[in-house]
Design a protein around this ligand. Structure first.
Ligand code: G3H
Ligand code: 13P
Ligand code: ZN
Length: 315
């Protein structure tokens, strides 16, 4: 069942985080639904502009609507990840999306706020909620490159002004993470001081954590042992920090890279071990199962595992 993102946030806020997983194809969608059913978790399925271009937005909608029928127990929201104004308006008009993210964080504060407000006004007329970003993550977001040196954490006082001026429903805050496999150098972690301050000043506003993949060392090593060339010093977010962050208002945790690592590891190992094979279904089958287990594991760490009944009861 597709629900609003707000319906998930209402139950999760301050208690657990809802996993927001990026998908691009049928295998990921099957594995995602299976993993959430295995762990009895509500979830957010999110589509980037890149995913909508790669698979076609209508193909993704058809796959997700079909998965909803195959897994009638599922409870989830559908979200546009890192939208620009045009993509947001398209998703708002479609009637399929529970929420959209307008990402104008590369603009000045004033321009970001003005763009976000326009999207909020249009979205709220249709019952769609809006996530907006303030501050800049390091790493790469779609076609926008942010040098690590320029990445700036969200200023909590500015966040209050931004949320009040725009009326956005949740805030993607820069709290020390970045997108992709190469997030931290050495022993960095989440900036709990920033999260705590935002929650203090904006109680009840769900905070969204982008760049939340953990980039497991074992996964990187297995990929490299099967012919990959990933930087072995790659580090991500410590999974044990998800739940403490959730207690401080981090209600949506975005994960894409870790799922890509599962795909790459399964396929590299399969074709290394079966060089005579060319049928893509055997590794596809392994991937769906491994991805489902991966999702169930993440949900345990996020605290969303086992929350399906609480969500149902609240609807
Ligand atoms: O933050 C970006 C997400 O990981 C989506 O990635 O734009 O390559 O689909 P993508
Ligand atoms: P990762 O690259 O850490 O998986 O982050 C994904 C993300 O933030 C999608 O919006
Ligand atoms: Zn992101």
């Amino acid at each position: 069942m597709i629900v609003t993102t707000q319906q998930l946030y209402k139950v999760a806020y301050g208690k657990f985080a809802v996993g927001a997983y990026n998908v691009n194809n049928m295998e990921q969608i099957l594995g995602l639904f299976r993993g959430n059913m295995l762990s009895k978790a509500p979830f957010i399925i999110q589509l980037s502009k890149g995913a909508r271009k790669y698979a076609h937005k209508r193909m993704l909608e058809a796959l997700i609507r079909t998965a909803e029928q195959i897994f009638p127990e599922s409870v989830f929201a559908v979200h546009l990840d890192h939208g620009d104004e045009e993509a947001c308006y398209d998703c708002i008009a479609s009637g399929f999306y529970s929420s959209v993210m307008i990402d104008a964080s590369h603009e000045s504060f004033e321009e970001n706020a003005a763009i976000t407000k326009r999207v909020v006004d249009r979205a709220h007329q249709k019952g769609v909620s809006v996530e907006a970003e303030l501050g800049q993550l390091g790493g790469v977001e779609e076609d926008i490159k942010v040098d690590e040196g320029h990445a700036s954490l969200t200023n909590p006082q500015e966040a209050v002004k931004f949320v009040h001026e725009t009326g956005c429903d949740s805030l993607a805050a820069a709290i020390g993470t970045s997108h992709g496999a190469y997030k931290f150098k050495g022993k960095q972690g989440l900036h709990f001081d920033v999260i705590e301050e935002i929650q203090k000043l904006l109680p009840g506003t769900p905070i969204v954590m982008h760049g939340s993949s953990s980039v497991p060392i074992e996964e990187v090593e297995r990929i490299n042992a099967a012919g990959g060339k990933l930087d072995p010093s790659a580090r991500g977010v410590n999974e044990n920090e998800y739940l403490p962050a959730a207690k401080l208002g981090v209600t949506k945790v975005n994960i894409d890279t870790d799922g890509r690592l599962v795909w790459t590891r399964v396929h590299r190992e399969f074709f290394r071990d079966h060089p005579e094979q060319f049928d893509f279904r055997p590794p596809g089958k392994i991937f769906v199962e491994e991805y489902a287990n991966f999702i169930a594991h993440k949900n345990e760490k996020l605290g969303s595992a086992g929350q399906l009944e609480a969500i149902r009861a609240s609807l």
